[in-house]
Design a protein around this ligand. Structure first.
Ligand code: TYD
Length: 223
């Protein structure tokens, strides 16, 4: 298990929330529901994702998810390359402008998939991400937890290269996310992904509530 990232503080401006979980956990739905709720309160929100949150990232995503076999270290480096460009050109500028950034997957996906499931050293994979993003860490990481077998049933589209991995691989992914959350409970919110989507979104909003007043005040001051 990795130690908590105590040496890395989240950005001073904006609010950065990562949604994590296995394939089929419902991250994109949650990011969308939370974005709608926050926009309904007049907040500026940027919803984005990894891999593929930029034009460069879309090309990397295609290689990673719809191409041939990729060697594990190349896979880790490609996800990190996507993240480096995404952090520098989308996430950091939005946070610097005071926005709420909701990101569908971030660095913990690399630790869970390339580390826990693929077998690369967790600490090295995390370090690679930190190097790629110059130490960018979320204020809150929401882990949508679901067992691997139920997640398969929830996916319902043509599986991509990673979704085609074994149930065992996906159970290791799940264990990877849970271990990260367990090691640093202050920065994580673990939710049972099978709960009704609106209830889950409310739980996320409740966890963000203490920080939203400051974000709203900053955004109001800037506009
Ligand atoms: P995702 O966009 O969530 O898939 P989809 O939109 O098809 O539901 O994620 C793409 C896949 O990439 C997913 O299987 C997880 C994997 N992944 C990693 O293995 N490492 C990473 O660092 C990231 C960001 C994603």
């Amino acid at each position: 298990m990795l130690p908590p990232l105590t040496a890395h503080a989240p950005p001073a401006r904006g609010l950065f929330v990562a949604f994590e979980g296995g394939d089929g956990a419902g991250k994109s739905t949650q990011a969308r529901l939370v974005a709608q709720a926050l926009q309904g309160r007049g907040l500026r929100v940027v919803t984005t994702r990894e891999p593929g949150g930029t034009t460069v990232g879309a090309a990397i995503r295609e290689v990673l998810l719809h191409g041939e076999h990729v060697a594990p270290r190349a896979e880790a480096l490609l996800f990190a390359a996507d993240r480096a460009h995404h952090a520098a050109t989308v996430v950091r500028p939005a946070l610097a402008a005071g926005a709420v950034v909701l990101c569908d997957r971030f660095m913990d996906s690399s630790v869970a998939y390339q580390g826990a499931a693929r077998g690369l050293a967790h600490a090295e994979v995390r370090q690679l991400s930190l190097w790629a993003t110059e130490g960018l860490v979320p204020h809150l990481t929401v882990v949508l937890d679901v067992d691997a077998a139920s997640a398969v049933a929830r996916r319902g589209k043509e599986p991509d290269r990673l979704e085609r991995e074994s149930l065992d691989f996906h159970e290791r992914v799940r264990a990877g996310f849970l271990a990260l959350a367990e090691a640093d409970p202050g920065r994580y919110l673990v939710l049972e992904a099978t709960r009704p989507p609106r209830q889950l979104a409310e739980a996320v909003l409740a966890a963000l509530e203490p920080q939203l007043a400051q974000v709203a005040a900053d955004q109001g001051a800037a506009s």
